[in-house]
Structures are given as structure tokens and as C-alpha cells.
Write a protein that binds this ligand. Structure first.
Ligand SMILES: [Zn+2]
Length: 559
């Protein structure tokens, strides 16, 4: 039945304040009657309908940010979201006040209760207008970037469209691409500073209303982190500084020497393979077909799933004007089949984004039968293990996407890219901790904070004549900093786990894939470190977790 499901066929009625309130009242009435089972069942179904509708609205806006109807629908959804949150939190509060917590845990799981206990500390009706304003500011940032029209080599491209030029084997082309990219940010610097300044002050204000000193503890709770805090994260950043920064510095120095450059500039960092970064075997149509062969060679479970996604129209991977940048996976919990969104641009990033988002999608599919909507996705640092893990686990069959003669070079490039990402990733995280610790900093002070941290984690970065990033503006291109505060560390924590899957797959590919599929099936039924342990992985917070994988990478790369 699900096999024949098509994306076009998914619809969900638009909820209103009234319909949401009526649903909520019916659930409260069931609780009044003492029928907790019926209340929980109806509530779960209502949350699935709401999430499916919201996912559809946000997806359609991302597919065409210029479409007035899609934009109006998104604005409507963003305005309704605090209302839905209000009703949902009220139900969580009521259930958590039930004296029979053991009985409740038996119905929904102990971990769900822990998540709800976190959720209820992130919301109060007093912050509803702030949440709506936050969504508006995020949308303004997304639209500003999506509307970029950049001229290069006689073509007009958007921000994702600049990528192929930014990693062109020709140095002058790479330099021009970065010049064009950063001129856009320079021209819009004041608007970008203004949006961020408002977001930071708004978030700090919400935190104060909820009784926190700063936004940071609220930010962690909004990410539903129940088993670690800022001190653990700070120690992890230090592990990156100790073990990864020196390795990346050596790799970059080897590249500089190999190319005979007197200095390695910022625009040289994207050219990982001296002969030119390997490209996909072909365009979008070729790749989505070749992926069938890749998954078939790897694993029957992945192959069947991918065929269903493709046949059902659950992929939108082509770059086109007006489409929001980036890649993501979204899901429709009434249905169970997820959707992946990307902007293919003819570079190796197409392969990286595709395997990444397929990892998210596969997890969501594997865990579709978890008992409640809270368990369909894990917290994001765990979710990124599924996505980043699949990037590594597809190595043995990656020749299908990159061609057999380029497969070794692709794997080497991807591994170097994964390692080089870590210093940048922790820098983005450290920056946000400073930003929210000093919410009254001026935009100029924020640029100075970034510069100082950049020198610490990426001492090699040399912007040459690129004026805007040289003055501390690089962070403004990172949408997570605006739209998903404190999310970014999740990629770096997950990378540590994904690298462990890489090491395991080098010893025994079948064992690693089976462990991966099992982990996907766990969904969000446990907190991060329990999920990690359940898959036989070492928590990134454990001393030495990163040192072990870095040692293996050094041996493989000869660095
Ligand atoms: Zn991801």
C-alpha cells in the first residue's frame, strides 16, 4: 500500500485556531473522563496531522520562495505555530502533573516524559508574540539569501549556483567566485547585521521572560538536549582544537607546497583534490538513476527504500531560481514517507548532500513504527549520525555516482572535507555561545568575536583581498546561526560518530551497515548518548573519542 504512495497525493486540511482548540478540548475531555489511552491516541494523531500540514507548507515555500501563495501560507503557519505550541504545552503540563507517572511512562515511554519535561520549560504564553517575530525574522533572512543574483562569467546565478565556480580547478575562477559571493554579503551586511541583532535580543528577551539568565540554557532546551550541557560541548570543542586543527593545518600546508603557491588563500581551501575535485558522473537525471545501482550494491533495505522515494516523487534535488538554498529532509508523519530537498549544482556536493539527506530519510522511514510522534526523529546530533554516517557507508559503492576511476580520489576528498569541517563547525558553535553570553554586543563587536575565534580554530584562513570576510563577516553566510541557534555543534558531534562508522566499515562493511540500520530503527526513542552506546559507538564527550578516529584518518591520508 505504502509502495504506491505519491507525494502529490499527500494533503492535509489547513488548521485554524478554532480547529486546534476544539481538538485540544476533546483531548482534555477524554482526560477528564479518565480515558488516558484514548486521549494519548487522539493527541498523537492530531500532532501527526499538524506536523504533516506544517511540513507541506514549509516545503512548498522552500521550493519557490517567490510564490506569493506559498509565502502567505508560510506566514500563516508561522503565526499559528505559537498557538499550537501553547495547546501542546498545556497538554504536556497536564499529563506531567498526573500522579501516575509510572502508568504514563508505560504508555508513552520514559524518554518521552523527559522530553516533555524539557519542552514545558521552553514555553510560556507570554512569549507567543516573540516566537512569531522570530519566525518572521528567520524568513526575512532566508528570502534575502534566496534572492541573491550573482553575475559570474556571463551567467547570473544564486548562492548555491556559485559553488561550481568556487571550486573550479582554475585559481582565478575560484578567486572571482569568492569575490562575487562576498560582495553580495558586503552589500547586504547592514541588513544582515540588523536581522541578527534583532534575533539575538529577541531570544535573550524570551529567555529572561522564562526565568533564564541568558538564551543559552533555553537554546539547549529548545534542542531537547537532556543528557549533556555547555560544559561537555566546550570540552568537545577543545578536543577538536587539540586533535583536528593540527591535522587540517598539515593537510593544507601539504596542498600549498604541492601546488607551489607562496600562500594558501581562502579560495584555495575548496580545491581539495589537486587535480580538481572529482565531479558526479552526470547531471541530476543521471545521478538519481545511478543511485539505484549504488544502493542495490550496498544493501537491499536501502535499495527498496530509495526506489519507493524516487517512484513516489519524494525527491526535489534540482537547483532553480527562487528555490531556497541548502538541502534538508522533511517528513509527513501521517504517511511515514519522508521527502528530500537539495540544489544540485554539478559538483561533488551533489553526492554529499544526496547521501546525507538520504540518511535522514532512511532513518525516518525505519523508525516510522516507533510508538509516538516524539520518537519519529531523534534530537539532531543523533539524527546527523544517520545522515553523515551514510555519507561514509556509501564509500564502497560510490563509484556508481562518481565513476570508477575517480572513486579513490572522491573518498580521499570527502574524508579531508569531513575533517576540515570540524574546526569550522566548532567555531560556529563557540561564536554563538559568545553571542548569547553578551546579547548587547554591537554588530561590530560580534564581527570581532568571530574573527578572534576564527584565528583560534582556523589559523590558516587567509582572505587576501576579500574585504568582507577579512573583517569578520563570514558567519553571516551560515543560515543555522540565524535560523537554528545552537544546532551547528550537532554536525560536529555526529561527525565524530560517523567517522567511527567509517572505521568499522573498513574492518567489516556488513557489520557496520547492520549496526547503522538498527540505529536508524531506534529513531528518537533514547537520548543522544544512549543511542550512541546502543550502536556500539563511543560518545564524542568521552576523552579520546576524536583522537582515535583522527589517528586512523592520519594513517589513511598519510598525513
Ligand atoms: Zn543533516
Amino acid at each position: 500500500m505504502t509502495e504506491a504512495l505519491r507525494f502529490d497525493a499527500i494533503t492535509e486540511a489547513t488548521p485554524t485556531r478554532e480547529t486546534l482548540a476544539a481538538e485540544s478540548q476533546a483531548i482534555h475531555a477524554a482526560l477528564d473522563r479518565g480515558d488516558r489511552t484514548a486521549a494519548l491516541r487522539d493527541w498523537d494523531a492530531a500532532r501527526r496531522r499538524y506536523d504533516t500540514w506544517s511540513a507541506l507548507v514549509h516545503l512548498r515555500f522552500a521550493q519557490n520562495t517567490q510564490d506569493e501563495k506559498a509565502k502567505a501560507d508560510r506566514d500563516y503557519a508561522d503565526a499559528l505555530s505559537p498557538e499550537a505550541a501553547d495547546l501542546e504545552i498545556a497538554l504536556k503540563r497536564r499529563l506531567l502533573a498526573d500522579p501516575d507517572q509510572d502508568g504514563l511512562a508505560a504508555l508513552v515511554g520514559q524518554h518521552a516524559l523527559r522530553l516533555w519535561e524539557t519542552d514545558i520549560t521552553t514555553f510560556d504564553p507570554a512569549i507567543k508574540p516573540d516566537l512569531e517575530e522570530e519566525a518572521k525574522l528567520s524568513a526575512r533572512y532566508t528570502e534575502l539569501l534566496a534572492g541573491a543574483k550573482l553575475s559570474i562569467r556571463g551567467q547570473t546565478v544564486n548562492l548555491p549556483g556559485i559553488e561550481p565556480f568556487a571550486e573550479d580547478p582554475d585559481r582565478a575562477t575560484r578567486h572571482e567566485a569568492e569575490t562575487v559571493r562576498w560582495s553580495f554579503f558586503g552589500r547586504n551586511g547592514e541588513a544582515l547585521d540588523d536581522i541578527y541583532d534583532r534575533l539575538v535580543k529577541l531570544r535573550h528577551g524570551m529567555a529572561r521572560k522564562l526565568g533564564y539568565d541568558t538564551y543559552t540554557p533555553l537554546g539547549y532546551r529548545r534542542m531537547r538536549r537532556v543528557d549533556y550541557g555547555p560544559d561537555d560541548v566546550a570540552r568537545y570543542r577543545q578536543q577538536v582544537a587539540d586533535h583536528v586543527v593540527p591535522l587540517v593545518a598539515r593537510l593544507l600546508e601539504a596542498r600549498r607546497a604541492g601546488q607551489g603557491w607562496d600562500k594558501l588563500r581562502f579560495w584555495d581551501e575548496a580545491l581539495i583534490d589537486p587535480a580538481g575535485n572529482p565531479k558526479p558522473v552526470g547531471d541530476h537525471d543521471t545521478l538519481v538513476t545511478a543511485a539505484e545501482d549504488m544502493f542495490a550494491a550496498l544493501d537491499a533495505r536501502l535499495a527498496t527504500f530509495y526506489r519507493m522515494m524516487r517512484q513516489g516523487g519524494f525527491l526535489d534535488l534540482k537547483n532553480r531560481p527562487g528555490k531556497a538554498g541548502g538541502g534538508f529532509c522533511t517528513s509527513f508523519p501521517t504517511v511515514g514517507v519522508p521527502f528530500i530537498f537539495a540544489n544540485f549544482n554539478g559538483t561533488h556536493h551533489d553526492i554529499g548532500v544526496f547521501t546525507h539527506e538520504m540518511g535522514h530519510a532512511f532513518q525516518n522511514w525505519e523508525s516510522r513504527d516507533q510508538p509516538g510522534v516524539d520518537y519519529l526523529w531523534p534530537t539532531m546530533e543523533a539524527a546527523e549520525i544517520h545522515s553523515m554516517g551514510l555519507e561514509f557507508l556509501t564509500y564502497p559503492a560510490i563509484d556508481c555516482l562518481v565513476g570508477s576511476d575517480a572513486a579513490d580520489r572522491f573518498r580521499r576528498m570527502h574524508l579531508i572535507g569531513a575533517l576540515a569541517f570540524l574546526p569550522y563547525g566548532v567555531c560556529v558553535d563557540h561564536f554563538q555561545h559568545e553571542v548569547y553570553a553578551y546579547p548587547n554586543a554591537t554588530p561590530a563587536e560580534r564581527h570581532a568575536m568571530w574573527q578572534r575565534l576564527e584565528r583560534m580554530y582556523m589559523p590558516w584562513t587567509d582572505y587576501g583581498d576579500l574585504g568582507y570576510p577579512a573583517k569578520g563577516g563570514r558567519w553571516q553566510a551560515k543560515q543555522h546561526i540565524y535560523n537554528s541557534p545552537f544546532y551547528y555543534i550537532d554536525y560536529t558531534l555526529a561527525q565524530c560518530c560517523a567517522l567511527q562508522f567509517w572505521v568499522r566499515a573498513r574492518r567489516d562493511g556488513r557489520e557496520a551497515l547492520d549496526a547503522y540500520v538498527r540505529l536508524c530503527g531506534q529513531g528518537g526513542s533514547m537520548p543522544f548518548q544512549d543511542l550512541v552506546r546502543s550502536a556500539g559507538l563511543v560518545s564524542p564527550f568521552a576523552p579520546g573519542a576524536l583522537a582515535d578516529v583522527v589517528r586512523e584518518a592520519e594513517a589513511v591520508l598519510g598525513a
